[in-house]
Design a protein around this ligand. Sequence first.
Ligand code: DGY
Length: 320
Amino acid sequence: MTKPILVVTRRLPPAIEARAARDYDARLSPDDAKVTGADILARAEGAAAVLCCPAERLDAETIGKLPDSVKVIGTFSVGFDHIDLQAARARGIPVVNTPDVLSVATAECAMLLILAAARRAGEGERLIRAGKWTGWAPTQLMGTLVSGRRLGIFGMGRIGRELARMAAGFGMEVHYRDQVRLPAELERGATFHQDDDSFLSVCDVLSLHAPGGEGTRHWLGAERIAKLPRGAVVANAARGTLIDDAALIAALKSGQVAAAGLDVYNNEPRVDPGYLELENVVLLPHLGSATVETRDAMGHLVLDGIDAVLAGRTPRNLVR
Ligand code: DGY
């Protein structure tokens, strides 16, 4: 029996490529090179499914030109702001993603950013690597405690709630802003804010966990930054588009924001050069879900979803 063709845009963990090759006529990426919409179309002839990654844009034009044989698009990510869902719906192509399995890893990354920014870990590392550390000094690289401080989580979905759980271990007081208040069992003692002003005013540490896309574009801009307590710490492990870089860079220079930890950027892999000149920002290359266990789990979940659609079942990870 012939197997359905699956286009895989990038190299995936070995166990995932092995499963794809076992169950599909898999067109795996030979070299992990970045692909464009045109590259995907060139590989998609006769394919039943496309497994893409967040670094690729599946815009309306690309989706509109996919061959009729394509019955499902899977993305190796929880975020799907790189896929034009309306265009996929118009073509009747379901999209599946990787929710839940990366929540802990991404929340850990947010905690890493918060701690690294607050405790000036990037500066310390650079000092040692530059051969400039002369030894312990009472006033050297003094940061700020996160323990006992107020953490504001913008977007209290699965990842935001994992971060809240971890932050409780640091004795942080958790506040959150979302469209609706969570039920008590999910809120777990965190304080809900109905409006930005009351929320921002308590964010000694602000961590962003809302989805990307037009609705949240540059949510953290000059006006909202001005409402943070002076000397706040900002972390972003969600999407770079949530932040107006010029505004955050100005605030990092003025001291309105004491330090920031960023894992995601507008226009990745380009990083606003303004950040590179600043000592008080820690920069990671979009590592949120990058653990071996998590990437395996993401691969299995997205393949489960593709399998389900092709078998005529509704996948649990269908993007709605
Ligand atoms: C996602 O899943 O959306 C991340 O950004 C990639 O891990």
